[in-house]
Design a protein around this ligand. Structure first.
Ligand code: SF4
Ligand code: SF4
Length: 344
């Protein structure tokens, strides 16, 4: 492991150089929010951000993706044969990802890359991605990563971790991929004791300022049936307008729907993000809907994150504590409060 220090000016030049050979994604300010965008002419990285509105999960798992294509022209010898659609797997580098979102990829990985099932597209794109994280000097009041196994400077899931130390960035390679990244980046200088101590102090200070979190201890002991039948779900769900904001912003939600779309004599099979908060999500072809009522859908979201995932993997909750759903739910439904009620 080696640590290097780069002036912020040099760092931006390095990223522009890397962008000539790789797809480099950086946070960009767009109106009042930040979003990850590909670094290209006219795009200015802005690392003075709290976090992006949308999590960066879409860079590995696009919101809408053509899986297969098919010709419906009977004269075509390949008519009605589904073929894999062309996809982009060239190396990509995500710079400035927050540790909670890097950990989000590790949580999602359990669904897309496990001994029973490997999603070829997610796996290939994830493997072609280098994650260069930026630690959080000033976590928001709604951040709670440290209570769910992460931390504002956690290295979990990252290839490189950066510290913002004033005029410079301190960079630590965590994986071989990260070492390769720093080698390709070039420049910088070896980190001295002073900057390492500064980084240590930033980490302690950020940890001391984390907001209220969630405790995962008692969730595993709770019986699924008792939680499922708990009396508070209608109350929790009362204000929900099933907008889906919480699931679309979340770095750890992975549900999708697959649809066939036809235009003239060609068709596409498309995978789109979906949300358990939408009534159509579970509507059967028969017309029956097992989650017809709002409280059933809200219950599903929290049972999945706080109980089913906990029991299935034994590795904590399906949440990285990014706080997006807490900040942006229009009716203030707060997963921390739901967890307190579930674990009571
Ligand atoms: S963001 Fe809030 S209102 Fe919208 S679906 Fe989620 S819980 Fe319901
Ligand atoms: S459930 Fe909420 S706080 Fe947890 S990872 Fe998803 S958006 Fe972030």
């Amino acid at each position: 492991m080696r640590e290097r220090v780069y002036s912020k000016r040099e760092w931006k030049e390095i990223l522009r150089g890397l962008a000539k050979k790789n797809r480099v994604y950086i946070p960009v300010k767009e109106g009042d929010i930040h979003a990850f965008r590909e670094l290209e002419e006219g795009k200015e990285p802005d690392f003075s951000f709290s976090n992006t509105r949308l999590s960066p999960k879409g860079i590995v798992y696009p919101p809408s993706e053509r899986m297969f294509e098919v010709s419906l022209d009977e004269k075509d010898p390949d008519a009605n044969i589904y073929r894999e659609a062309a996809k982009e797997y060239s190396p990509q580098i995500l710079v400035g990802i927050r540790p909670c979102d890097a950990r989000g990829f590790q949580i999602v990985k359990r669904n897309f890359d496990n001994p029973e099932y490997r999603d070829p597209w997610w796996v290939r794109r994830f493997e072609s991605t280098t994650l260069v994280g930026l630690g959080c000097n000033e976590p928001c009041a709604t951040c709670f990563c440290s209570s769910v196994g992460g931390g504002p400077f956690s290295e979990v899931g990252l290839d490189v971790l950066l510290w913002d130390v004033g005029d410079d960035y301190l960079a630590r390679a965590i994986t071989d991929k990260g070492e390769g990244f720093l080698k390709e980046a070039g420049g910088g200088a070896d980190a001295g004791d002073e900057v390492l101590q500064q980084a240590d102090a930033l980490e302690k200070s950020a940890l001391g300022r984390m907001g209220a979190g969630i405790s995962t201890d008692r969730l595993a002991e709770k019986s699924i049936n008792a939680l499922f039948e708990a009396p508070f779900w209608e109350e929790v769900a009362f204000g929900c307008i099933h907008c889906g904001t919480c699931t679309y912003l979340c770095p750890t939600c992975w549900c999708f729907d697959i649809q066939d779309e036809v235009q003239g004599k060609r068709g596409d099979r498309i995978r789109n993000w979906d949300s358990c908060m939408f009534p159509l999500f579970t509507l059967h072809g028969s017309g029956h809907n097992p989650r017809e009522k709002k409280f059933q859908r809200v219950r599903q979201r929290f049972m999945h994150k706080l109980k089913y995932y906990v029991d299935k993997y034994g590795e904590g909750v399906q949440c990285s504590g990014c706080g997006r759903c807490v900040r942006h739910c229009p009716v203030n439904i707060d997963i921390r409060e739901v967890q307190r009620r579930a674990a009571a």
